[in-house]
Write a protein that binds this ligand. Structure first.
Ligand code: HEM
Length: 168
């Protein structure tokens, strides 16, 4: 087997629409750096998606005012950070799409888009839970919240497998 030593060719950027005024190789190099930033901000986004719903479980059980207030501050900050992560993941993703619009016709990417729509709904549901708990809502138990907390794992696995393995 022949080993490809040029990282910008290994990464499969052959179908890129080349940026005018830039040599094809520079377009490919830019694409890879943008992809790296996309993945880095995706990690920030998911750090929040994994941890924020865990923060909901305590306020759902407790009723001491200072403790609840502290949790509200933590939740607000974490939500702000994960939203910044989401926006930057989206921005770098859109830049790559502008450079490589042929992806819209590719099966794995179309399914990724469907999963992304689900992820956006989940992100929004985190906001609505935050508001409910702030308004003093106390659920009967925490079982639903514990299941809710597991949902991002499914999205992460699905999207990463599709984006990296590109099976179809
Ligand atoms: C927010 C909207 C998003 C858009 C518009 C988007 C778009 C893209 C695009 C266009 C690529 C380049 C694909 C290629 O050239 O093969 C890409 C790569 C990637 N995306 Fe996203 N993405 C988004 C969100 C996510 C999320 C939420 C995850 C993780 C859960 C993710 C994980 C990845 C990974 C790991 C790669 C690199 C795949 C490789 O190895 O080539 N993306 N994304």
């Amino acid at each position: 087997m022949q080993i490809e030593r040029d990282p910008y060719r290994v990464a499969g950027t052959a179908g890129l629409r080349h940026t005018p005024r830039l040599a094809p190789r520079w377009t490919a190099i830019m694409y890879i750096w943008i992809k790296a930033l996309h993945v880095a901000f995706m990690v920030t986004w998911f750090a929040g998606l994994f941890y924020l719903p865990r923060l909901f479980i305590y306020p759902a059980m407790a009723d001491d005012a200072p403790g609840l207030e502290r949790f509200e501050i933590l939740e607000k900050r974490l939500f702000a950070i994960m939203t910044i992560g989401a926006v930057l993941t989206l921005v770098f993703g859109l830049v790559m799409l502008a450079m490589n619009p042929a992806l819209f016709a590719v099966g794995w990417f179309q399914i990724k888009l469907i999963l992304l729509a689900g992820l956006a709904v989940y992100h929004y549901r985190c906001l609505t839970w935050m508001r409910r708990l702030k308004a003093g809502y106390q659920p009967d138990g925490t079982t639903w919240l514990r299941w809710f907390n597991e949902i991002p794992v499914m999205f992460l696995l699905g999207i990463i497998l599709l984006a990296v393995a590109k099976p179809f």
